[in-house]
Design a protein around this ligand. Structure first.
Ligand SMILES: O=C(CO)[C@H](O)[C@H](O)COP(=O)(O)O
Length: 227
C-alpha cells in the first residue's frame, strides 16, 4: 500500500496560508499536517486555534493536528471545533494518557500518540488497541528542517510488530526529515503516513514534489503487490 502523504504547514509561507492551503487542495496530499508548539513542551512557538480555523476554511483534506504542548487535555475540544480531524498528543506530555485518548475519540476525532526520539515504542503496549494513530518523531520536536534520525527505521519496525501482536489497527505516521531518500525505507519498515515539511515547501514546486512522492511510492507499492 502506498502511504498517506501529509505536508507540514510548519514549512509553508505563513504570510500566505490561504494560497498554500488552496494549492494543496489540488495536490496529492491526503492530510494537512498542522504542528502546534507552545514554547514549553518544545523550545519553539508556532501557531494555534485561530490559525487552524483559518486554514480549515480553505482546506479540502482532513487536518492532522500534532499538539507539541503541555496539558493538551485543556484544548482538545477547541482544536476539534477549529477543524481538526486527527488529534495527536505526546506520550511525554500526558500522565493520564488513556483518559486523553478517550476524550479525543469522544470528540469524534482520530486519536494519536506521538513519541519523542528517546521514547521506546514499548510504552504503548497497554494503550495500542485504543489508538488510531502513532506518530514517531524522526527528529527532536520543535523545528522543521532537521536531519532524519536513522534509528527511526528500527523503531518503526518494532512498533509495527507491537501493533500486530496486540491486534491494533493504529496507523504509523513518521514526522521529521522525511524526503524521497528515506520514504521508501520507512514504508518498507511499516509506515502508513509520512509528514514532510521542508522537503515539500523548500522545493520549487510543492505540488509537483508531492506528485513525485505519490508516483514513486505508488509505483513501488504496485511492484510489491505484483510479486
Ligand atoms: O513536527 C515537526 C517539528 O517538530 C515538523 O512537522 C517536522 O519537523 C516536519 O518538518 P521537516 O519535514 O522540515 O523535518
Amino acid at each position: 500500500m502506498a502511504p498517506l502523504l501529509a505536508p507540514s504547514l510548519l514549512a509553508a509561507d505563513f504570510g500566505n496560508l490561504q494560497f498554500e492551503t488552496e494549492r494543496l487542495a489540488a495536490s496529492a496530499a491526503d492530510w494537512l499536517h498542522f504542528d502546534v508548539m507552545d514554547g514549553r513542551f518544545v523550545p519553539n512557538i508556532s501557531f494555534g486555534i485561530p490559525v487552524l480555523q483559518a486554514v480549515h476554511r480553505h482546506a479540502k483534506q482532513p487536518i492532522d493536528v500534532h499538539l507539541m504542548i503541555e496539558e493538551p487535555q485543556h484544548y482538545l475540544s477547541a482544536f476539534r471545533d477549529a477543524g481538526a480531524a486527527n488529534i495527536t498528543v505526546h506520550y511525554e506530555a500526558c500522565p493520564h494518557l488513556h483518559r486523553v485518548v478517550q476524550q479525543i475519540r469522544q470528540l469524534g476525532c482520530r486519536a494519536g500518540v506521538a513519541l519523542n526520539p528517546h521514547t521506546p515504542v514499548s510504552v504503548l503496549e497497554d494503550i495500542a488497541p485504543d489508538l488510531d494513530l502513532v506518530l514517531i518523531m524522526s527528529v527532536n520536536p520543535g523545528f522543521g528542517g532537521q536531519a532524519f534520525i536513522p534509528n527511526t527505521l528500527r523503531k518503526v519496525a518494532a512498533l509495527k510488530e507491537l501493533l500486530v501482536d496486540c491486534g491494533s489497527e493504529a496507523l504509523i505516521e513518521i514526522d521529521g526529515g522525511v524526503t524521497l531518500d528515506n520514504a521508501q525505507a520507512l514504508v518498507d519498515a511499516g509506515a502508513d503516513a509520512l509528514v514532510a515539511g521542508s522537503f515539500v515547501f523548500s522545493s520549487p514546486d510543492p505540488v509537483a514534489t508531492l506528485a513525485q512522492m505519490r508516483q514513486q511510492l505508488t509505483a513501488s507499492a504496485e511492484q510489491q503487490d505484483f510479486r
